[in-house]
Write a protein that binds this ligand. Structure first.
Ligand SMILES: Nc1ncnc2c1ncn2[C@@H]1O[C@H](COP(=O)(O)OP(=O)(O)O)[C@@H](O)[C@H]1O
Ligand SMILES: [Mg+2]
Length: 231
């Protein structure tokens, strides 16, 4: 579904992504795990057209590299950015409606889907986004992304800063979203939980992919255990 070959990206003189190649098949959950500063967010920004890159990115066989972000969204790639970025002065429902503005015909069906996946949001329909807890805001950010009818959902560190309880809720929701047919590219520093729910994963270090395998292969990899799992 998504194929990336030799992706390079820089901020000014500083090269951040170095020859990244990866592939995601329809209906997979693929994660890219790595430390803070490794280039995970930069990679998602390159895919969604927020920053320029060189190399090849193709989606369902068509090149999408360096297209403007709104055209990439139209193809079905929806990016839920790091740090949630919900509209704090809008209610839960208003935030969700904003996510669905390109898909008016399906807004009711998509809203029901989101409120089923996140019952907490259904209980808080009229609450202002800015008054919700971090975990609730993350649910809202993912929910808003789902309102855009993604074929491929890009999730940037959805568990960052969340309590263990909300972390579990968010990871299990990602599994549920995938079961409903949405392909997921997840980038995370929470290596253990990400590998546990991923079909396949890549490890990124200073802008390069250094390891790849199935989620369980990487969970059992000695290098991963030492570097990320404290074992
Ligand atoms: N807007 C920017 N301008 C300059 N450097 C940046 C910018 N955003 C990120 N970087 C740098 O690029 C590198 C990769 O950052 P990032 O992709 O955010 O990593 P990650 O998401 O894995 O934590 C870091 O060294 C970071 O400081
Ligand atoms: Mg990041």
């Amino acid at each position: 579904m998504l194929t990336i070959e030799n992706l390079n990206a820089s901020y000014g003189e500083m090269q951040v992504l170095r020859n990244i190649s990866l592939a995601i098949s329809a209906r997979e959950i693929v994660s890219v795990v790595g430390s803070n500063g490794a280039g995970k967010s930069t990679m998602l920004k390159a895919i969604s057209g927020i920053i320029k890159s060189s190399g090849t990115i193709s989606f369902n066989g068509a090149p999408v590299s360096n297209l403007p972000p709104h055209l990439i969204v139209q193809r079905g790639i929806v990016h839920v950015p790091e740090g949630r970025k919900i509209f704090s002065e809008m209610t839960v429902v208003e935030n969700l409606m904003m996510g669905g503005y390109l898909h008016q015909k399906e807004i009711k069906k998509n809203m029901e889907r989101v409120l089923t996946i996140f019952p907490r949001l259904a209980e808080r329909k009229k609450q202002l986004g800015g008054t919700m807890s971090g975990g609730e805001q993350q649910m809202l950010a993912i929910g808003r992304g789902l309102m855009g009818n993604p074929k491929l959902l890009l999730l940037d560190e959805p568990s960052l800063g969340l309590s263990p309880l909300f972390t579990d809720v968010v990871f299990s929701a990602i599994g549920e979203i995938n079961t409903l047919g949405v392909t997921v590219l997840l980038v995370e520093q929470n290596v253990y939980q990400s590998l546990k729910i991923s079909h396949r994963a890549y490890v990124i270090e200073t802008g390069s992919i250094v390891l790849t395998g199935t989620g369980s292969e990487l969970l059992n990899n000695q290098k991963v255990k030492t570097a990320f799992l404290g074992m």
